[in-house]
Design a protein around this ligand. Sequence first.
Ligand code: ADP
Length: 259
Amino acid sequence: PPATGTTAAPAVKTEKKPLIIAVGSGKGGVGKSTLTANLAVALMRAGRKVGVVDADIYGPSQPTILATKGERPQAEGDKLIPIASPFGIPMLSMGHLVEPGKAIAWRGPMAGNALGQLIDARWGDVEVLLVDLPPGTGDVQLTMLQRYKPAGAVIVSTPQDLALIDAQRAANLFDSGKVPIIGLVENMAGYACPHCGEVSDPFGRGGVEAAAEATGIPFMGRIPLAIEIREQSDAGTPTAAGEGPQADAFAAIAAQLAR
Ligand code: ADP
């Protein structure tokens, strides 16, 4: 029998809410989803309990990268149960809620509510929830910031000017929502030719680090442009799950989140 003086545990267990870290970008196609998935895998390998919410309503790609395409989440009461990815990362995506191939003309409130379902799911013992935001600085991002108050945000950009200007806009959005910006990541920097090994910079190099310096936002590191990263994303075997310099680059950025 239990020691005297103890009271029975309450029947309803209260879940501790995970820390939300948003991953944003000023525009699409700069590698925000790729970075989110790989940071999640790297954090998991570093021993953190991490979950992923794919809030990119315009092009949800986490089901592809984290290999949960075609799955549908179950619900318990009024809460969704995250889908277990093969990498030990529970996740929920807008792509799990809508029919594949069916575009939805989301209106602001509708998108905000759907996002709420994903974030308020049964995350259990997840400590860190990485949220892959839609690109840009629109309604969904605002709802996200106002309603869920991320603990911090990571902004991804490619090195060239235009992407940088857009990233600055994303930074302003987080600033106005009083969400601390953890740092900037430069993606698609430096391409090593698979034939001759020569490294070239199709989208420039160093621009993001310079912008970080100019704005006082920490620079978190750069990820090279590499065919394997694209191939591994498409195959549902994220780069950070493997070994080598590219996996290390993701791990080095993730280490700055794990602190
Ligand atoms: P976003 O989420 O910003 O729209 P994605 O992560 O979907 O961008 O990336 C856009 C495309 O670029 C995808 O096909 C992805 O596999 C590819 N990609 C992203 N980062 C890299 C990289 N560092 N090297 C090679 N391909 C990349």
